[in-house]
Design a protein around this ligand. Structure first.
Ligand code: SF4
Length: 333
């Protein structure tokens, strides 16, 4: 069993010297922290940084996002994926604007759209110094190893146990720094595929390492295999315009986004040549995508010719953006 006081002190000392200089670490403004936490859900830090800065330039306050047209918001978010996050963030912004202030307690923050236990705890601790421990994927991994937890981390009983450990270890005087230090340890040292124990501030405290089982933890049973799919996208350009369609508002994913046709959508299209291929993953679907140039053909029902200028203001699916980046005419790089 780790001693909370010692473990916390060691961790915070390590964090003071090892923390990465990230833009959202320079602020305690809850709006900015909320934006960063929402963007970081399921997305790598390096991918988030440029989006975070552009987003806050356009929407420095919740009120600015509350009033923004949805297409503008989605165009700005385009490429980050998981677009329900953007829509929820706008709903949260509207709720904040309506009340006229950012909520200040964990319970109130938790009420915002798209905000779960993790995000509420992160904001409450970082912005308001409230003692709520976070439990994200990084923290789960670190704690499962540090306490030699052999249970399936997807099981709620194990999550509850790990949450209790996190709460016990949390330094109530510096909960925001402590939470960020835990996440930093998971993101930079206690890595999913190879814990760097020799560099770890907890190497003497870690039970998993003491037992030599750290690399086998955390235990994840019933991990679902990814589904492999193949797609052929079709790029047709006519007089500076490209053929696209807008996904309907009833679509379960990417509603309102614009996308390229698949070759099978335009049976009259004559293939000119393959512009390249790429891999793209959406949740547990792994796509192998081939990008085909084709002679302009009659636009099938539901598709439109969109100019490059017009496209710059529209939300485009990441897969279509990746495909368009393979053709020389595409100006938005
Ligand atoms: S000692 Fe190794 S396994 Fe334990 S917390 Fe540190 S990096 Fe992770």
């Amino acid at each position: 069993m780790m001693n909370p006081r010692t473990a916390g002190k060691i961790l915070l000392e390590w964090y003071a010297g090892a923390r990465r200089d990230l833009p959202w670490r320079k602020t305690r403004d809850p709006w900015r922290v909320l934006v960063s936490e929402v963007m970081l859900q399921q997305t790598r830090v390096s991918a988030v940084v440029p989006y975070y800065e552009r987003f806050l330039e356009r929407y420095p306050k919740a009120e600015a996002l509350a009033e923004a047209p949805e297409q503008e918001l989605l165009a700005l978010w385009s490429g980050l994926g998981y677009y329900a996050r953007a829509r929820n963030l706008q709903r949260a912004a509207r709720a904040i604007a309506e009340v006229g202030r950012f909520p200040e307690t964990y319970e109130e923050i938790r009420e915002l759209a798209g905000v779960g236990e993790y995000t509420a705890a992160a904001i409450a601790s970082i912005c308001y110094g409230q003692p709520h421990a976070v439990l994200d994927g990084n923290v789960v991994r670190v704690l499962a190893r540090a306490t030699a937890e052999r249970g399936d981390v997807a099981a709620s009983s194990v999550r509850v146990r790990l949450k209790e450990v996190a709460q016990r270890l949390l330094d109530p005087r510096r909960p925001g720094d402590f939470n960020q230090a835990m996440m930093e340890l998971g993101a930079t040292v206690c890595l999913p595929k190879g814990p760097q124990c020799l560099l770890c501030p907890w190497r003497e405290q870690c039970q998993g390492r003491a037992e030599g089982i750290q690399a086998e933890l955390p235990v994840k049973l019933n991990k679902r295999e990814p589904v492999k799919l193949a797609l052929e996208l079709c790029v047709m350009v006519k007089e500076g315009r490209v053929l696209l369609r807008q996904r309907g508002s009833g679509e379960s994913r990417l509603a309102g986004f614009w996308e390229l046709p698949e070759l099978r959508d335009v049976p009259a299209a004559e293939r000119e040549g393959c512009a390249g291929s790429f891999k793209h993953s959406i949740t547990r679907h792994d796509y192998s995508v081939e990008v085909w140039r084709a002679q302009p053909a009659k636009a099938p029902k539901g598709f439109r010719w969109i100019s490059w200028d017009e496209l710059a203001e529209l939300p485009l699916t990441t897969m279509s953006r990746k495909a368009l980046e393979m053709i020389p005419e595409y100006p938005q790089r």
